[in-house]
Design a protein around this ligand. Structure first.
Ligand code: MN
Length: 715
């Protein structure tokens, strides 16, 4: 275990200005916090954060990162709180430690390897500060180095698999190839020890056979470059067993000679020298076709830059050569972490090609002070996406601003269609809540429910929007059909005929329609009158006027029997608590509802779409998960509020109240909110039995020629 003064010395070696006091305090803090906790190896637990800090000193990371590494498990595994850390080490460190803790928590949620890509994105998106990710990767590296101490073989395997599929690719993504290689190799040892053993044996054999061949190749390459007066360093690096195995599988390449498993690197001073070195190599040795790649002019997305080529080199050995500058070389091994060196080292600014880090680097270059720099190290890697968990632990990617309804439709359109409520991180929340990274979202469904047209106001995904629209259109069509059928039935009835689909079928061609239902719908929507249809069926007859057809609607609609029950038909209430229906939205039986606990007033019932609910988003503890009893007591006294726009003509108000009255509603309040020469706009409170009853009245009003529009009022 690295001792306290040793750790401080390591950091001081590359950063003279580091806050030694903070390092010392963090070291002691971690020891005390973890106390007598033990690792699976039997070592004291605090050896782990200290080793993690040690790993990060290899990457020459700043003092804050090292302090974060020392404290990284204190919130998750000890009594320490975020506030404790903020108090003792400042807000910056508290944020970093909290960031690492959050990553640890999502990691514990589920098996993510089946959804590796999304989970990697989630980890990146949650690493708002890149140092959080660096600490997490170092944490994983140390856990992998000590993996053998875990007794349970299944658990070891699961951790190795996760490392292979999540963390090694993440390291690659930010260009930390050295760390990536080690993670992969440690996982490989656990996942496929036989393959690894055979590769190691083969390596030993080749080394023995080859003797000092690698050194001789290096010497000759050096000499070749020197004759052209090119200053260059030549390095031979043996590939790790896992990368040999992967390559031999992917490209079916055998490794017969030692040179096959050694990558030769030529490190020069400038970009021009890279191309000069390439020219010298290509003109000295036969080129292996198809091996040349120019990652210098076109860097890899993670910023990696090099020239790659393959030649039959010295001693007739087929070799792979990578040519790059010193700065590129550091980035190739250390990736993102290399940037801290530039920060500490002054004016070197290579590696600006990190595509997703471009913004960070720009800030880095333009920041006036180190504080400025730290202020802006927040990364926005997926600014337009948010990643959430399903209850089973699946990660689902959604656009930013997505709500539980979007989530529900993303899971399955049936889940969306029957969605009635949601729990976010275990708490009932309104369906319009914006989801955040790492939220666990559960959708409450009920087969009896259908999509609400109001959802369209807040969903952001095309799938959700299209499904809601499709449903609303279908619903409207059904409504028009039954309304039209009722109107036709009444007209036919008055004339002494019975309406039949057969009769309607005869005249479909007259109206260029396909089905009797479609014909009814046209009548219901007001595109055709019942008289037109009747006269088409019986060309000789003349039907009476159909002005009062609307009233027939109430006769054919479901007969709802008021039973006058006095109690509140709501489930989920706290016994003895007073209940009020909020006047902003006028919830009706059949509405999706939520209760809000109000000090001194009991519970207010709102519709789940009520705009007022926004005000309670920050106080989820006041939310009450309530629903209507299945057998709703349909006594009078429920008040629905509708907003009506109608033509400003004499008698229109009378007609309005007549339609409502004929359909069994009772106007309890009417307010004209706006009046122009052509139109009235008014807000009407109607006593109804339930939502269905109100919907019937709305449908009847919509069918009246004087009514321009009718909408239910919402908060
Ligand atoms: Mn840890």
């Amino acid at each position: 275990m690295i001792r306290q003064f040793e750790l401080v010395e390591r950091v001081r070696a590359y950063d003279r200005m580091v806050d030694e006091d903070a390092l010392n305090r963090a070291y002691v803090f971690a020891m005390k916090a973890h106390g007598s906790q033990k690792r699976a190896s039997g070592d004291p637990y605090f050896s782990h954060p200290i080793e993690v800090a040690g790993i990060l000193t290899n990457y020459k990371l700043d003092g804050d990162s090292i302090v974060t590494a020392l404290l990284h498990d204190t919130i998750e595994d000890t009594d320490t709180t975020r506030d404790d850390i903020a108090e003792q080490f400042g807000e910056e460190i508290a944020q970093l430690v909290e960031g690492v803790t959050k990553l640890t928590q999502i990691e514990l949620q589920s098996d993510h390897t089946s959804q590796a890509e999304n989970f990697r994105k989630l980890v990146l998106a949650m690493s708002e500060d890149i140092r959080v990710l660096l600490v997490k990767l170092a944490d994983r590296l140390h856990n992998m180095r000590t993996l053998i101490h875990i007794r349970d073989a299944d658990k070891r395997r699961a951790i190795a698999l996760e490392t292979m599929e999540i963390y090694a690719p993440l390291a690659e993504r930010i260009g930390m190839h050295e760390l990536q290689n080690e993670l992969e190799d440690l996982s490989f040892a656990e996942l496929n020890p036989d393959a690894r053993e055979s590769i190691l044996a083969r390596l030993d054999f080749l080394r023995e056979q080859g003797g000092d061949i690698v050194d001789r190749i290096i010497d000759e390459l050096k000499a070749t470059l020197q004759t052209s007066k090119l200053r260059a360093e030549v390095i031979g690096r043996e590939k790790k067993p896992y990368s040999i195995w992967r390559k031999s599988r992917r490209k079916n390449i055998s490794f017969e000679q030692l040179a096959d498993i050694i990558g030769f690197r030529i490190v020069v001073d400038t970009v021009e020298d890279c191309y000069r070195a390439l020219g010298i190599i290509h003109s000295t040795y036969p080129v292996v076709p198809g091996r040349f790649k120019d990652y210098l002019s076109t860097p890899k997305p993670n910023g990696y830059q090099s020239l790659h080529t393959g030649v039959i080199g010295p001693h007739q050995q087929r070799i792979e050569v990578q040519i790059r500058t010193r700065d590129m070389h550091e980035i190739a091994d250390f990736g993102v972490a290399a940037h801290w060196r530039y920060k500490l080292g002054g004016d070197r600014t290579a590696g600006r090609q990190y595509r997703w880090m471009r913004e960070l680097l720009e800030i880095l270059e333009h920041a006036a002070t180190p504080e400025d720099f730290l202020e802006h190290t927040k990364l926005e890697m997926f600014p337009d996406q948010v990643f959430v968990f399903s209850p089973k632990g699946d990660v689902i990617a959604l656009p930013v601003g997505a709500t539980p309804v979007d989530f529900a439709y993303a899971v399955h359109s049936e889940v969306g269609d029957t969605c009635v409520g949601t729990r976010i991180n275990g708490k009932i929340m309104p369906l319009r809540t914006e989801l955040g990274n790492g939220d666990q979202v559960e959708i409450i469904t009920s087969a009896a429910q259908t999509p609400s047209p109001l959802w369209e106001n807040f969903v952001v995904t095309g799938k959700a929007r299209a499904s809601i629209r499709r449903f609303v259109r279908m619903k409207q069509q059904e409504e028009y059909t039954s309304l039209g059928r009722a109107i036709l039935e009444r007209t036919f009835d008055k004339e002494g005929y019975e309406l039949s689909d057969k009769a309607l079928g005869e005249v479909l061609t007259v109206f260029a329609l396909d089905t009797p239902d479609a014909l009814c719908a046209e009548v219901g929507a007001g595109h055709l009158t019942a008289r037109q249809v009747f006269e088409a069926v019986f060309p000789g007859a003349r039907a009476e006027g159909d002005e009062d057809n609307i009233v027939s609607l109430s006769q054919v609609r479901d007969k709802l029997k008021p039973d006058g029950a006095g109690s509140v038909p709501i489930k989920g209430l706290i016994p003895g608590m007073a209940v009020h229906f909020a006047v902003c939205c006028h919830a009706l039986p059949g509405d999706r509802i939520v209760g809000i606990v109000t000090k001194g007033r009991g519970v207010n019932i709102h519709t789940i779409d009520c705009g007022i609910l926004e005000e309670f988003v920050d106080t989820p503890e006041r939310w009450l998960d309530v629903s209507w009893e299945e057998e709703v007591a349909q006594g009078a006294g429920h008040v629905g509020r509708i907003e009506v726009v109608m033509t400003n003509e004499p008698g229109t108000l009378g007609e309005l109240s007549m339609i409502i009255g004929r359909n069994g509603g009772n106007i309890s309040n009417l307010k004209i909110t706006h009046r122009s020469t052509d139109f009235f706009e008014m807000s009407i409170d109607v006593e109804v039995r339930d939502l269905k009853h109100l919907t019937n009245i709305i449908a009847a009003l919509r069918a009246a020629p004087v009514v321009n529009s009718v909408e239910r009022a919402r908060g």
